[in-house]
Every structure is written in structure tokens, then in C-alpha cells.
Design a protein around this ligand. Structure first.
Ligand SMILES: Cc1cc2nc3c(=O)[nH]c(=O)nc-3n(C[C@H](O)[C@H](O)[C@H](O)COP(=O)(O)OP(=O)(O)OC[C@H]3O[C@@H](n4cnc5c(N)ncnc54)[C@H](O)[C@@H]3O)c2cc1C
Length: 417
């Protein structure tokens, strides 16, 4: 393995890959990338959005550079958590249900091909509802209309099937048996690995902020190098405002989010992913993922926290949030009342004003795409987002208004859950 003049690292006789990646990532096979070359597309950010975009672009025959400051699925990235939910239900936001369906198929295919099928777990997803529950009712209608497999379960059926849940005010639920969760950071690394294996050139470097004048000729990196391409895709999640402060400084809101893992009682299988689905209680703004590989029973509040900086955020969970989460766990899962905290994560959502993704051209740089705004629900959609971006780069067609920059406001008013 040798480092090229521009800092790309060339694997023995093959593609150009990052030295700091896991050994399987670093064994990427593909066509050699010459040092002075200009790429068709340079993708900045190897999270769920950027890694999948690079993968789709390469599959469409493009020469692609993928650049990340900290590495695919790193601990600071929004895609860097242990697990992420993949569900089909989205109220009446049908496009996200369709994209979830499409993404599930692509995640399954890629992870199987990569040799990591277990990074997608079909545990089922349970939408817990109260008597009058507009979001879950709209979800039920959308799932029915689109033919997504699901069942509506009344209280007695819920009690019989999952007696470890204390239903309290819950009266019914939707069960999506074909949904579940992804092992997030590991799944993203698998995508990057597959992209590199197909010939994408990967480099670990910090790209410097763009000047708002175009078109863009090259990206500059903090170590003084440049990477040139015909088209640039900025998929930097919560860092997008730092790359494009003039355009996105007040349109992407990175908020502090906390995740807790509780240790299940020794030998107790009731809270494992083989016995319990992922569960969501939107009325209480909280959700969880059952214990998998002994990593703990995950519980996370979904309410947006304060604004944070993803580079410098200290990732220590707060005692106040922990106390609130414990109170919920004791009510809803009484057998877990005294379960010890075994791990926690502090991450950030990269919210747009209403929760719709941002996929649009930079208003002043016609060869630059802005791709982000996952808004706490983007991970699952990586495959569909990447496919959409690769198609727009190829056909030059206008983007849907829903994803446009023009629809992203400077004030938060969440509409997508
Ligand atoms: C606690 C939590 C729980 C969530 N739960 C779910 C869930 O259950 N289901 C779901 O679907 N979604 C969920 N999400 C949302 C989802 O994780 C994100 O929407 C998604 O991961 C965003 O991916 P991304 O690629 O846009 O950004 P990121 O994953 O943040 O990737 C951006 C990348 O850009 C790189 N980068 C940044 N700046 C630069 C630079 N200057 N130069 C080079 N590289 C740079 C970073 O290193 C990073 O790797 C959750 C998010 C959080 C925080």
C-alpha cells in the first residue's frame, strides 16, 4: 500500500483507499486512480447519504472520489451510532414510505453481498398508539394504500403477544413485521467498502469551506491539497453549515440527542431482538431498539435538544435526560426498572426546518449539490437518497420541491416524524 501525492492511499495494485479504514475496507479492489486526475464526481462525507451516493454513482459508471474528515461511520457522524431504525410508517408522508421500502431492498442486497447480512435485523417495528392518534392513524392508511405488510393489534392482542410491555394508556398499535433496525456505523462502513471495492477512490481529509462563487473548480483540503471533479456532492450531515455558511448557516439545525443502553437481567430473553420488536411511542417522543448482541436495551428520546457543534460536542449524556428515560422505562417495561445503564451515546440530528431532506444544487455554484438534512430519520433512506442524487446528477432534472433549498426555512417547525 502506498500514499499518492494527493494523499489518496493506493491498495496493492488496485483502487485508492483510506489507510485508516478497517482492513476489509482497505482491501478495496478497483481501477487505479492516477494522482493528477479529475474525477467525474467528488462526494464529501461518507455517512449514510454520501457513501450510498458514491456507490450509486460508481455503479452508473462515474469516476468518483469519496472524502471524509473522520472516516465512514465515525463516532461524531450522525451515521456513527450503534443502531438505527428502519420503518415504513411515516404518517401521510408517502414519499418516505416508498423510499424506506426501496432502501430496505438495497440495504438487504448490499449487506448480503458484502458478507454482513446480520447488519440488517428484521425484528419488526411496533407503533404504539392511544385511542385518538392522528399520526398512527395516517400511518395505517398509508401502509394499507401502498400494500406494505402490517397488522393492527388491539390492546388484548398486544398484551398477549408482548406481556413484557406495560401498556398504560396505549390501546392499539401497528406492527410492521418486515421492518427492524440496522447496525448503523458498521452498515455504513460496509457501503463504503463496497463502493471502494467497485473503484471509488477514498481519501480521509477535511475539506475547507466553499466560497459562494462559482462554478467550483476544485475542493481544497485542510492539508493544502486539492481535489477536482466535474460535479461535487456535499453530503456532510450536521457539518453542512460549516461547509456552506452563507447558504446553510441558518437552514440546518444540528441538535444534541442522547441514547441510553440498559443492561437486561442475566439470562432474560424478553428484551432481546428475537422476542421484542423495535417500538415507537411518538406521543411521548421516545423509541427503543431491543437488545442485540448483548449491547443493551436501547431507549432514546426523539425530542430535539439544544444546538451543538459536531466537531467539539462533548459526548457525555446528561443526568436529567437519563432520569426522564428511566422513569419511562420503569412505567412501560417494569421488569427493566432497576436495569443498570451499560452505555450511552450523544449524537446530533441535522434537522431542516420541517424534517424534509435537503437535496438541491447550491444556488451560486451550479456544479455543487447539497445533500443532507436527515433530521433524525435519514439513516434508513441512505440507499434511496443516493439513488435519487445519482439520477439527478446524470439527468440534470429539477428536484422535487419537497427536497429543495427554497422550502428550507430559518425557523424550525417539524412536520416529518
Ligand atoms: C441519536 C440518533 C438517532 C437516530 N435514529 C435514526 C433512526 O432510528 N433511523 C433513521 O433512519 N435515522 C436515524 N437518525 C438520523 C440518521 O442517523 C441521520 O439522518 C443520517 O445518519 C445522516 O447521514 P449523513 O450522511 O447525512 O450525515 P453523517 O452521517 O453525519 O455524515 C457526514 C460525514 O461528513 C463528514 N464531514 C463533515 N465535514 C467534512 C469536511 N469538512 N470534509 C470532509 N468530510 C466531512 C463527517 O466526518 C461525516 O462522516 C438518528 C440520528 C441520531 C443522531
Amino acid at each position: 500500500m502506498r500514499t499518492t501525492r494527493r494523499g489518496f492511499v493506493r491498495a496493492a495494485g488496485a483502487g485508492v483507499v483510506g489507510a485508516s479504514l478497517a482492513p476489509r475496507l482497505a482491501r478495496g479492489q478497483g481501477p487505479a486512480v492516477s494522482t493528477g486526475r479529475s474525477f467525474d464526481v467528488a462526494v464529501v462525507g461518507a455517512g449514510a447519504f454520501g457513501a450510498w451516493t458514491a456507490w450509486h454513482l460508481r455503479r452508473a459508471g462515474r469516476s468518483v472520489a469519496l472524502i471524509d474528515a473522520y472516516g465512514p461511520g465515525n463516532a461524531r457522524a450522525s451515521s456513527g451510532g450503534q443502531t438505527r431504525v428502519i420503518r415504513m410508517g411515516y404518517g401521510d408522508q408517502e414519499v418516505y414510505t416508498r423510499w424506506s421500502l426501496r432502501s430496505l431492498a438495497l440495504w438487504r442486497e448490499l449487506l448480503a453481498k458484502a458478507g454482513y447480512p446480520e447488519r440488517l435485523q428484521i425484528s419488526g417495528v411496533l407503533w404504539m398508539a392511544r385511542e385518538r392518534d392522528p399520526l398512527t392513524t395516517r400511518t395505517l392508511e398509508t401502509l394499507t394504500r401502498l400494500g406494505v405488510r402490517h397488522e393492527r393489534l388491539e390492546r388484548a392482542a398486544l398484551q398477549a403477544r408482548w406481556p413484557q410491555i406495560e401498556l398504560g394508556p396505549l390501546t392499539w398499535a401497528i406492527h410492521e413485521p418486515e421492518s427492524g433496525f440496522l447496525e448503523a456505523f458498521a452498515a455504513v462502513q460496509a457501503v463504503a467498502e463496497q463502493a471502494i471495492g467497485a473503484g471509488v477512490a477514498y481519501r480521509q481529509a477535511k475539506v475547507l469551506p466553499l466560497l459562494d462563487k462559482g462554478p467550483l473548480g476544485a475542493l481544497r483540503t485542510a492539508d493544502g491539497e486539492s481535489v477536482s471533479a466535474g460535479t461535487y456532492v456535499l453530503a456532510c450531515g450536521p457539518w453542512l453549515p460549516k461547509l456552506c455558511p452563507g447558504v446553510l448557516g441558518n437552514r440546518i439545525f444540528p441538535t444534541r440527542q442522547e441514547v441510553f443502553y440498559f443492561g437486561v437481567p442475566a439470562g432474560d430473553r424478553r428484551f432481546a431482538s428475537s422476542s421484542l420488536p423495535v417500538w415507537v411511542d411518538f406521543a411521548e417522543e421516545i423509541y427503543g431498539i431491543p437488545d442485540f448482541k448483548g449491547r443493551g436495551f436501547k431507549v432514546a428520546p426523539d425530542r430535539h435538544g439544544p444546538l451543538v457543534d459536531p466537531d467539539s460536542l462533548e459526548r457525555v449524556a446528561s443526568p436529567d435526560t437519563l432520569a426522564r428515560v428511566r422513569e419511562f422505562v420503569a412505567r412501560r417495561f417494569p421488569a427493566m426498572k432497576d436495569a443498570p445503564l451499560v452505555a450511552s451515546e450523544v449524537c446530533q440530528y441535522e434537522n431542516t426546518s420541517n424534517g424534509d431532506f435537503l437535496i438541491d444544487r447550491h444556488p451560486a455554484l451550479p456544479n455543487v449539490w447539497l445533500v443532507g438534512g436527515g433530521s433524525g430519520h435519514g439513516f434508513k433512506h441512505g440507499p434511496a437518497v443516493g439513488e435519487y442524487v445519482a439520477a439527478r446528477v446524470a439527468d440534470g432534472a429539477a428536484v422535487d420541491a419537497k427536497f429543495s433549498l427554497a422550502t428550507k426555512q430559518p425557523v424550525q417547525d417539524r412536520q416529518v416524524f
